[in-house]
Design a protein around this ligand. Structure first.
Ligand code: NAP
Length: 518
């Protein structure tokens, strides 16, 4: 059975239009959120419309489960009955309310199949009962999560629905794992709300969910973290996700701003690769990252085959590989960081494509000039500085590191075997290449620069690793005095292309990636 794509109508004024638009966008079921719509007579009118026959879910969500109904419970039950009788369809009732109230069980039994009223002879067509649980505070650990689902299922609904709130990817992974294990046992919806729950929405069809909720348009979300139908079907190629689809993602905190999903999904779509790439926020602490990777490694059947790793987890990724028998490339070890995780037949291994990406961006200025001056000044001593320094030292550059916190520059230089001088001396050097590896000038602080224009000399090559914006103040100043400039966009694309090659075994469609980034 294909996973239903469900969208909610939350205002009745435009409900008729919303129904048509949602269908046109690809929704197979429409949820009527009577708690948000408010106007019962208007909903009734809509329900008797033949076009809606059998294609709707009626929901009157209580406030304590994330809805807007804070009125009388008996009134709510009567409304279920009245609207449910208007036309057969699905009815979504909170499991807690179902358990509490004999009245709700009796009344809803009259209008929805898959209930305890099943044994009674009812001669008109009835819809199906969806029993749902919404945890607005978090995602229970196992075995509690499974226990709650089992409880819902004991009431024998037509569909069981469990929706939690994800703090980060660890929680979302637990929900997916539940779905993967349990979907075969009976119709199930398992989703996590919040930004971190995105992967549970994108991957619902891979793990056999009965249904999945998406917003008809931006601003039309009926729960936190919902994406639009257009985004699911466009960026994430929802319609082509099957159990065989391989999963990739970016692990970091935050990842909301990451452009990687955009470019990797576009590239896979172009090449016809059966894969999907999702943002997976993982809280900053090391233990949380280790927990996520341990679970991903323990459940290979879930099909997570590769990750980009970004701030602050690149060092954690290296550590996790070391502690779990994973293989770390020589380059990644010298960089002290893993930004790419690859799962193959032998397990997980780690690579660093920041270093290769940085060199790809710089190479056109030096590759065919063996006699060129190879002196380089690196501004910054963080993770990217270490990767760029490694790439340059490997190619015979004379590298000097400066950093706002001088001691970090000293440490980095000692670790890699290059030079460091005080941050205050940065305008006094006259290198052939200047590389900004600090975050100074990054959006939104676009007026800032790590090096005054007066320190830039014509003919110098200036590379800013920042890619948002693509033209930083440093690059604009540099171009104005006659320097050759290189944008961080080039490094970003090259490191992503290298990841693509590692995961898919073929060259990345760079033009497609560039276009997606633009
Ligand atoms: P990181 O490890 O946190 O290092 C940040 C660096 O910026 C440190 O050297 C820090 O100096 C310096 N810094 C921060 N604020 C500063 C300020 N106000 N004045 C002077 N220096 C300052 O970060 P990272 O992973 O190396 O990333 C650095 C930058 O690289 C990012 O901002 C990003 O734009 C860019 N990047 C580009 C790509 C790409 O593919 N193009 C990939 C990743 C990152 P202290 O040591 O004194 O704090």
């Amino acid at each position: 059975m294909a996973t239903h794509l469900i969208t909610s109508v939350i205002v009745v004024a435009a409900a008729d239009e919303a129904l048509s638009a949602a269908r046109a966008a690809g929704a197979t079921l429409i949820e009527l959120r009577a708690d948000l719509i408010g106007d019962a007579t208007a909903i009734e009118r809509l329900l008797v419309d033949k076009r809606a026959a059998g294609k709707w879910i009626l929901t009157i969500r209580r406030a304590d489960e994330g809805g807007a109904w804070d009125g009388d419970e008996d009134e709510r039950i009567s409304l279920f009955e009245r609207l449910g009788l208007a036309q057969p369809g699905w009815i979504d009732v909170e499991f807690a309310a179902w358990e509490r109230s004999a009245n709700i069980r009796q009344k809803i039994g009259l209008v929805a199949a898959g209930t305890q009223a099943d044994s009674r002879a009812i001669d008109r067509p009835r819809g199906g009962l969806i029993l749902s649980l919404h945890d607005l505070r978090g995602t229970p650990e196992e075995p509690e999560l499974s226990r709650r689902l089992a409880e819902i299922r004991r009431a024998r609904p037509a569909v069981a629905k469990i929706v939690t709130t994800a703090r980060d990817g660890v929680d979302a992974f637990r929900v997916l794992s539940l779905l993967a294990r349990e979907a075969g046992e009976g119709p199930l919806i398992a989703l996590a709300m919040g930004e971190a729950g995105l992967m549970t929405r994108v991957l619902a069809p891979k793990f056999g969910a009965w249904g999945n909720f998406a917003a008809p348009h931006r601003g039309g979300e009926s729960a936190p973290g919902q994406v639009t139908i257009a985004e699911l079907r466009g960026r994430y190629r929802y319609d082509s996700i099957t159990p065989a689809t391989r999963v990739f993602g970016v692990l970091g905190w935050p990842v909301r701003q990451s452009k990687s999903p955009r470019i990797h999904n576009a590239a896979m779509a172009h090449d016809g690769v059966d894969g999907v790439y999702v943002p997976i926020p993982i809280e900053p602490d090391r233990a949380r990252f280790i927990e996520f990777m341990t679970r991903a490694a323990e459940e290979p059947a879930l099909g997570f085959d590769g990750f980009s790793v970004t701030i602050p987890h690149k060092e954690h990724a290296l550590e996790w590989l070391d502690q779990n028998g994973g293989c770390v490339s020589r380059l990644a070890r010298r960089c002290g960081a893993v930004n790419t995780l690859i799962r193959d037949a032998d397990g997980w291994r780690g690579e660093n494509t920041d270093a290769t990406g940085a060199w790809s961006a710089i190479a056109p200025c030096f590759d065919d000039k063996p006699a060129a001056d190879r002196t380089a000044l690196l501004l910054g001593a963080g993770g990217v500085a270490r990767a760029v320094a490694t790439a340059l030292l490997d190619r015979g550059f004379d590298v000097t590191v400066v950093n706002r916190t001088d001691s970090r520059a000293t440490l980095l230089a000692a670790a890699l075997g290059c030079r460091s001088v005080a941050w205050s001396q940065r305008p006094d050097l006259a290198p052939a290449l200047i590389v900004n590896c600090t975050s100074v000038g990054m959006w939104p602080n676009v007026a800032e620069t790590p090096l005054a224009a007066s320190a830039l000399r014509p003919g110098c090559i200036v590379f800013d690793t920042i890619y948002n914006p693509g033209r930083t103040r440093l690059l604009r100043d540099a171009a104005a005095v006659g320097c050759v400039t290189i944008s961080g966009v080039e490094m970003f694309l090259a490191q992503a292309a290298a990841q693509y090659e590692l995961w898919h075994g073929c060259a990345a469609p760079l033009d497609v990636m560039r276009e997606a980034l633009a």
